[in-house]
Design a protein around this ligand. Structure first.
Ligand code: GLN
Length: 400
């Protein structure tokens, strides 16, 4: 038999699925895969449920139902002052995952280079490679996750077609600053490149940090494809509704990619999301403050146990250095260990890097109820204060 696609055959099952399965197997609290524990807004869910009952269940328009394209355009204007024509500048997809793939398909030819920033979301590299393009990786390092500007500049060259930028960033919780974005924009203009902007956590920022779309910077409107996700904005990750906003000439090609991937996505869910995007400012404002309180609750608990928790300015996640606890294995071993023995699951941060990576950080999702976060901390606390570790290390962990 001839060999099927080598790249996909050699791609492992995503770490999120692996850790969720392990969590289920051990009855662990799942702070691994990032999904909120509570349902999204009732009016949005109800709108989608009612939309099933009015005879609009056949193929919707390829680029999205008009209600949702209009709502995406209006949200671009309301939150960022961006003008989008709902008929030409917006394409609705089956989740941000499809949107990112469609954007990369729309921009890349075989042989093009794409600048990617590690740590990175796990769909980026396989898709870039499947398209025959070459990833050029630039790394952020903990604990500060600062953008290494000289390295980023060196990553751009004559073959660079695009940069893929994720802000607020998974798994670091980093929100790129205006100065960092200006630096990126300058490189893009100098090297005549595009950007795919993964902004799924756009509304999930904390402590006064505001998400700035790269597209809002001078000269960027025509170069950026901006990706949002209803899954994150409305705590409905199973719905898989994403949206791309960008210049008409590029969005038209994104539509061609979408036409060949899924063609369209469930009309009732699209109509529910349109209701969501029209919600009052207060809904979007409280998303961040509500999550920040959960971040603090989990961070305080982890810190008490002895973890060194890194600050997060956005997203669902905190990264925590577990080396003060005296665990001697790497992050993959640590996340397995706590899932199996403390019954709390997390994601190893090295899964977001290719090759050499920091090995002493675990990513914890805090988009959970306070009771669940407290129970997770109590389980970890009980585990790490029990006789599992040598006394000296246990003591160090307690007094840290
Ligand atoms: N984005 C989610 C996370 O980072 C997972 C999505 C998935 O499971 N594919 O946890």
């Amino acid at each position: 038999m001839k060999t099927p696609n080598t790249l996909l055959a050699n791609t492992g099952t995503t770490i999120f699925t692996v850790m969720s399965a392990l969590a289920n197997q051990h009855g662990a609290i799942n702070l691994g895969q990032g999904f909120p524990e509570t349902e999204g807004p009732a009016d949005v869910v109800r709108a989608a449920a009612e939309a099933l009952l009015d005879n609009r269940n056949q193929y919707p328009p390829m680029t999205g139902v008009p209600e949702l394209r209009q709502a995406v355009a209006a949200a671009n204007k309301r939150f960022y002052g961006l003008d989008m024509n709902p008929d030409t500048d917006v394409c609705v997809t089956s989740g941000a995952t499809e949107a990112i793939t469609a954007c990369l398909m729309a921009l890349l030819n075989p042989g093009d280079e794409v600048v990617l920033i590690e740590p990175l979301y796990d769909t980026y590299l396989p898709v870039v490679r499947l398209l025959g393009a070459t990833p050029v990786l630039v790394r952020l390092q903990p604990p500060k996750w600062e953008l290494p500007r000289a390295e980023l500049a060196a990553a751009f060259g004559p073959k660079t077609k695009a940069i893929l930028l994720n802000t607020p960033q998974n798994p670091t919780g980093k929100v790129f600053t205006a100065a960092e974005l200006a630096f990126i924009a300058d490189l893009m203009v100098r090297h005549d490149t595009y950007a795919v902007c993964d902004e799924v956590y756009e509304h999930l920022t904390f402590d006064g940090w505001k998400h700035i779309p790269l597209m809002t910077l001078p000269g960027m409107r025509e170069r950026c494809l901006r990706v949002g996700s209803a899954g994150k904005t409305f705590s409905l990750t199973g719905w898989k509704i994403g949206y791309v906003s960008g210049p008409a000439d590029l969005v038209k090609i994104v539509g061609k990619a979408h036409q060949n991937l899924t063609f369209t996505t469930a009309p009732n869910l699209q109509r529910g999301v349109a209701v969501g995007l029209a919600k009052d400012d207060s809904y979007f404002e409280t998303l961040g403050s509500d999550l920040a309180a959960r971040r603090d609750r989990l961070s305080e608990g982890l810190t008490r146990i002895g973890f060194k928790v890194l600050p997060a300015q956005g997203s669902y996640f905190v990264s925590a250095d577990f080396s003060p606890l005296g665990f001697t294995g790497d992050d993959v071993a640590f996340c397995r260990h706590i899932t199996e023995h403390a019954r709390v699951a997390a994601i190893p941060v090295s899964a977001f890097y290719e090759g050499e990576a920091p090995r002493n950080y675990a990513r914890f999702a805090f988009c959970k109820t306070f009771a669940v976060l407290d129970e997770a901390v109590a389980r970890l606390e009980a585990h790490f204060s029990a006789a599992v570790l040598p006394t000296s290390l246990t003591h160090a962990a307690r007094s840290a």
